[in-house]
Design a protein around this ligand. Structure first.
Ligand code: CP
Length: 303
């Protein structure tokens, strides 16, 4: 059975299958797909959307969820148990294991100790967030009708923003994608992602302002500056570097959608919510369908 640890390990056709399955489950709910299956959702780092949408997905498909949302309050942390030992115990109870953990590489480590129980990465440090990427791809497909031939801007914290790392890697499997990167210098896209894009022959360019690219875009993907990963002095200096307002979308193409993995702080003003371009709350809802699709395919051994 397949572990879902990072986007580079999924093929284009697997990504398309997940997006197509999410669309089917959104249109036609199926409360039988995970009947008699138990899924652990173990969140060692805070989460609202990922955890609750996984739990909703499992319950809507007829499965049962166990787990916790604060590793610091469990015996794992309090008694000093290693992650490897915790995974061996919990995976012996369940059919699939969803994990979020602050340490990069933690989901892969979990997959090495789960005795074949599929592990799904719900976010590992600043590294990967593959299931966020699946709902992002579903939202892009739903609004644009395609995953090829896209102009997409990533704005904000591109250094620590694991969602943009995973989404850039996913879209690089599709044809004729143009990326526009807009970030403070200290939060620039990591070199390894730029190098991967270079090797794949994908176009990307760096820009100082959103206004100069908005008229060309299909997707404007905003991100939050991650306070928890910066010094206070750095955070104060750059937190308001890029703020999207409704008036900045005056020259946006009709089809442009604004996405954001959420939570937002103040990088999108609330007046944007009322425009035809705002899609971040529908995107968050799509997390349920994308995660339903992923679990159904993994647990029925179609991935
Ligand atoms: N987008 C996202 O991962 O949100 P949570 O941290 O609330 O899960």
């Amino acid at each position: 059975q397949k572990h879902i640890i990072s986007i580079p390990e999924l093929t284009r056709s697997e990504l398309e299958l997940i997006v197509e399955t999410a669309g089917k489950l959104k249109a036609e709910p199926n409360p039988q797909l995970l009947k008699n299956k138990v899924v652990a959702c173990c969140f060692f780092e805070p989460s609202t959307r990922t955890r609750l949408s996984f739990e909703t997905a499992i319950q809507r498909l007829g499965g049962t969820v166990i787990g916790f949302d604060n590793g610091g309050n469990t015996s794992l942390a309090n008694k000093g148990e290693t992650l490897a030992d915790s995974v061996q115990v919990i995976s012996s109870y369940v059919d699939a294991f969803v994990i979020r953990h602050p340490q990069e590489g933690s989901a892969r480590l979990a997959s090495e100790f789960s005795h074949g129980v599929p592990v799904v990465n719900g976010g590992d440090g600043a590294n990967q967030h593959p299931t966020q990427t699946l709902l992002d791809l579903f939202s892009i497909f739903e609004t644009q009708g395609r995953l090829d031939n896209l102009n997409i801007a990533f704005v904000g914290d591109l250094k620590y923003g694991r969602t943009v790392h995973s989404l850039a890697q996913a879209l690089s499997k599709f044809n004729n994608i143009n990326f526009f990167f807009i970030a403070p210098e200290i939060l620039a896209m990591p070199d390894y992602i730029c190098e991967e894009l270079n090797q794949a022959g994908i176009n990307y360019s760096l820009h100082a302002t959103m206004e100069e690219v908005i008229p060309k875009l299909d997707i404007l993907y905003m991100t939050r500056v991650q306070k928890e990963r910066l010094d206070e002095s750095e955070y104060v200096h750059i937190k308001a570097a890029y703020v999207l307002t409704a008036s900045m979308l005056a020259d946006a193409p009709n089809n442009l959608k604004v996405l954001h993995p959420l939570p937002r702080i103040d990088e999108i003003t609330v007046d944007v919510d009322k425009t035809k371009h705002a899609y971040y709350f529908q995107q968050a809802e799509n997390g349920v369908y994308a995660r339903e699709a992923l679990l159904a395919l993994v647990l029925n051994e179609q991935l």
